[in-house]
Design a binder for this molecule. Structure first.
Ligand SMILES: NC(=O)c1ccc[n+]([C@@H]2O[C@H](COP(=O)([O-])OP(=O)(O)OC[C@H]3O[C@@H](n4cnc5c(N)ncnc54)[C@H](O)[C@@H]3O)[C@@H](O)[C@H]2O)c1
Length: 324
């Protein structure tokens, strides 16, 4: 499904009151390819997974406001169509592609559709994710692992494998942003989610090195959000029937449902606006910054505590408490 009718970048409405602009250095054509950044976003193409809601929707809105062609991918088809229509109504050039990032074939189809619609892809945000865990590791099920690993970790791997070869081959500046979490940097209790987010952080460090070694004009960043006002707590809405466990499904317990509502309310009340996260991501792309910490003042001490526990041969460090 495609939506045409791009407006020039300067006429794109700013949909958020909180969009921040940053001073930046002029492009330097003499810099090595791996150290160049994507300076000009207007007219280029961004692909965002998990674009129907939350951070992904914020990224899509911001990229559209920058005058980019935006490819929206999400498994939640109804929400995806609504987001696409809103962006289209605001004058953006968008393509909405129902996609399950845990399925490599589905992500390959996304890459094909994106290239067919807009040509070269310049910015790839592997952002789709689901919350999972919150119970001791030994109480989790094989289905829990298949679902959360499949979306949060393999979804990022699939995005890299489906898009990066083309991004490297076309030779223009590009950028990959993978969404991890504060829980991908900190210690804390057992959770499948944290395992996947540590994986995404380390995977992205490796991607950065691999791109440099290949002399590519594509760079990479890892987004590590703290508390953001999204519906991540209600991720179960997207859990496939084949990976549900009737006996242990959190949605099946009244206590768990109440707890989820309380936590969800806290995310929406206290979380940072997705539009602010999008501003940080755009700044990091333009300045080619690797680590994107949305709440550095509270995240960095957690990183320090974790590394200190390793260096001091101490017990594992504590964590963020709750949330993504
Ligand atoms: N909200 C937070 O506080 C927070 C904190 C740290 C990290 N994150 C991460 O941010 C990312 C975005 O989450 P969010 O907070 O915006 O939550 P969200 O639930 O609002 O958005 C996640 C999106 O991913 C989509 N999705 C789920 N499974 C999918 C699949 N198999 N294929 C394609 N799309 C799928 C959902 O439909 C949804 O639109 C996630 O990776 C999440 O782990 C969120």
């Amino acid at each position: 499904m495609g939506f045409g009718g791009a407006a020039p970048a300067e006429t794109q409405p700013r949909r958020h009151s909180t969009v921040v602009t940053y001073a930046r250095a002029p492009p330097d054509p003499d810099r090595p390819r791996g150290e160049r950044q994507v300076e000009v976003l207007s007219g280029r193409t961004a692909v965002v997974t998990g674009a129907a809601s939350g951070i992904g929707e914020g990224l899509a809105e911001r990229f559209a406001a920058e005058g980019m062609n935006v490819v929206l991918a999400d498994v939640e088809e109804e929400a995806l169509a609504i987001t696409a229509k809103e962006l289209e109504a605001a004058g953006a050039r968008v393509l909405a592609v129902p996609t399950d990032v845990s399925d490599r074939g589905s992500v390959d189809d996304l890459a094909g559709a994106a290239t067919h619609a807009f040509g070269n892809v310049h910015v790839l945000c592997n952002n789709a994710g689901v919350a999972g865990g919150g119970i001791p590791i030994w109480a989790t099920t094989a289905n829990d692992w298949s679902w959360v690993l499949g979306v949060n970790l393999m979804g990022v791997v699939h995005g890299i494998q489906a898009f990066v070869p083309g991004m490297v081959a076309h030779g223009e500046e590009g950028h990959v942003v993978n969404t991890s979490s504060v829980l991908g940097l900190s210690g804390g209790n057992g959770s499948i989610y944290s395992v996947t987010k540590h994986g995404v952080a380390r995977l992205t460090e490796g991607l950065w090195h691999d791109l440099r070694a290949a002399g590519s004009a594509v760079s990479a960043s890892v987004l590590c959000p703290g508390l953001i006002a999204t519906r991540i707590v209600s991720s179960d809405r997207n859990r496939p029937a084949r990976l549900r466990d009737p006996d242990t499904d959190p949605a099946g317990s009244a206590d768990r449902a109440r707890m989820r509502e309380t936590v969800q309310a806290r995310f929406l009340a206290d979380g940072m606006a997705p539009s602010d996260v999008a501003s940080m991501v755009v700044d990091a792309i333009r300045s080619n910054r690797f680590w994107i910490l949305t709440h550095p003042a509270s995240i960095k001490p957690l990183v320090e505590q974790r590394l200190r526990s390793v260096l001091d041969d101490g017990p594992p460090a504590g964590g963020f408490g709750m949330g993504g």
